[in-house]
Design a protein around this ligand. Structure first.
Ligand code: FES
Length: 318
C-alpha cells in the first residue's frame, strides 16, 4: 500500500510550539503495522510532503501518533500542520517506512535533541517492553518546550530517562563524555535532532571510541545549505545522450522537469531518499542527510532534489 487516508482523531498541544496528531482509519480498521524508528510521509495542505516519525507504541495498530514542531523559518509545512490540520480532518499519508531501525544490542543509548525525541520515544517503549538495557538522554531548551515530559515521567521506563534543559542549572546538563563512556563494540547509539546536535554527538561518540557502524542517526529537518559557492554544471541523461545545464541558482529536479523528465520527489530536502538516482559518471556534491558517509564516498547514487555536482558533468542512469 503506497498511501492511505487517515482521520485526525486527536490534536494535542504537547509543549510550547509542539503539537501531536493522532491518526486513525476513518472506518476503524487496523493501520499497517510499523516498527520502532519508522516514519510516515504526510501530505500537508499547500502541497508539501513532510516526514514525521511515529511516536506511539509500535504494537498499536489502531492509531499512529506524530508530533510536529512549529518552525516559522521552515518552508511552511510545520506551520500548515499546526494551523490548517484539525481534529476530524482527513489527510493522506504513506505507509510507514523505516530508515532508522532498532537493532538488538546488549546496551542501547538513545540521545534526543528537541523534537528528535519522536523516533527515540518509540524505541524506548520497545526496549522497555523487551526488558532491554537502555538509557534515553532527552535534551531541550526548557521544560516548557519538552514534548511528552509528563508521559515519559509516568511511564514504566521513567528511571531510564534523563532530561537536560539548556535553560536549567548546570548540574542537570548533559555530560556527553560521561554518557558515551564505556561503550563495548556491540553497544548501539541512536541520535536524532537538529544537525548541530547530531554533529556534536557523533563527533563526541567517535572521540570516545564508538565506531560508525554503532552510530545510527536521523535528522528531523534539512540542514541549512551553504549555497554561496554554487556553480553551474551539466547533467547528461544516459538513455538519450541529452545534456542539460544546471545554473548556479537552479536545481536538477527543476531543470529536468522543464525538459519533460520527471523524478519522483517527496521531502525535497535530502531526508527521505525518494528521489535517489544512480550516477554513472561524474562526482556528485552530496548535500543530503540520507546516505551515510561511506555510501556518499561511492558516488554511484545521489539525491538530485538537493545535491549538485563537483565535476563539470554528471551522467545519470535515466
Ligand atoms: Fe527526499 Fe530527495 S526527495 S531525498
Amino acid at each position: 500500500m503506497d498511501s492511505l487516508d487517515v482521520k485526525v482523531i486527536r490534536k494535542t498541544l504537547e509543549a510550547e510550539g509542539i503539537t501531536s496528531f493522532e491518526l486513525a482509519r476513518a472506518d476503524g480498521a487496523p493501520l499497517p503495522a510499523f516498527s520502532a524508528g519508522s516514519h510516515v510521509d504526510v501530505q500537508i495542505p499547500g502541497g508539501l510532503t513532510r516526514q514525521y516519525s511515529l511516536c506511539n507504541d509500535a504494537t498499536e495498530q489502531h492509531r499512529y501518533r506524530i508530533a510536529v514542531l512549529r518552525d516559522p523559518a521552515s518552508r511552511g509545512g510545520s506551520v500548515a500542520m499546526h494551523d490548517a490540520v484539525n481534529e476530524g480532518d482527513v489527510i493522506r499519508i504513506s505507509a510507514p517506512k523505516n530508515h532508522f531501525p532498532l537493532q538488538h544490542a546488549p546496551r542501547t543509548l538513545l540521545l534526543a535533541g528537541g523534537i528528535g525525541v519522536t523516533p527515540l520515544l518509540c524505541m524506548a517503549q520497545r526496549l522497555a517492553a523487551i526488558n532491554a538495557d537502555f538509557t534515553l538522554h532527552y535534551c531541550t531548551r526548557s521544560a516548557e518546550r519538552t514534548a511528552f515530559r509528563k508521559e515519559i515521567g509516568s511511564s514504566a521506563f521513567a528511571d531510564k530517562v534523563s532530561f537536560h534543559f539548556d535553560a536549567g542549572p548546570a548540574e542537570q546538563k548533559l555530560d556527553l563524555p560521561a554518557a558515551l563512556a564505556g561503550a563495548a563494540p556491540d553497544h548501539q547509539l541512536y541520535v536524532c535532532g537538529p544537525a548541530g546536535f547530531i554533529d556534536h554527538v557523533v563527533g563526541a561518540a567517535k572521540a570516545s571510541g564508538w565506531r560508525s557502524e554503532q552510530i545510527h542517526l536521523e535528522y528531523f529537518g534539512a540542514a541549512p545549505q551553504d549555497t554561496a559557492g554554487d556553480t553551474g554544471f551539466e547533467v547528461k541523461i544516459a538513455s538519450t545522450g541529452q545534456s542539460y545545464t544546471v545554473g548556479p541558482e537552479h536545481n536538477i529536479i527543476q531543470v529536468l522537469k522543464d525538459h519533460g523528465i520527471e523524478i519522483l520527489t517527496s521531502c525535497e530536502q535530502g531526508v527521505c531518499g525518494t528521489c535517489i538516482t544512480r550516477v554513472l559518471e561524474g562526482e556528485p556534491d552530496h548535500r543530503d542527510m540520507y546516505f551515510t558517509d561511506e555510501e556518499k564516498a561511492k558516488n554511484d547514487q545521489f539525491t538530485p532534489c538537493c545535491s549538485r555536482a563537483k565535476s563539470k558533468t554528471l551522467v545519470l542512469d535515466l
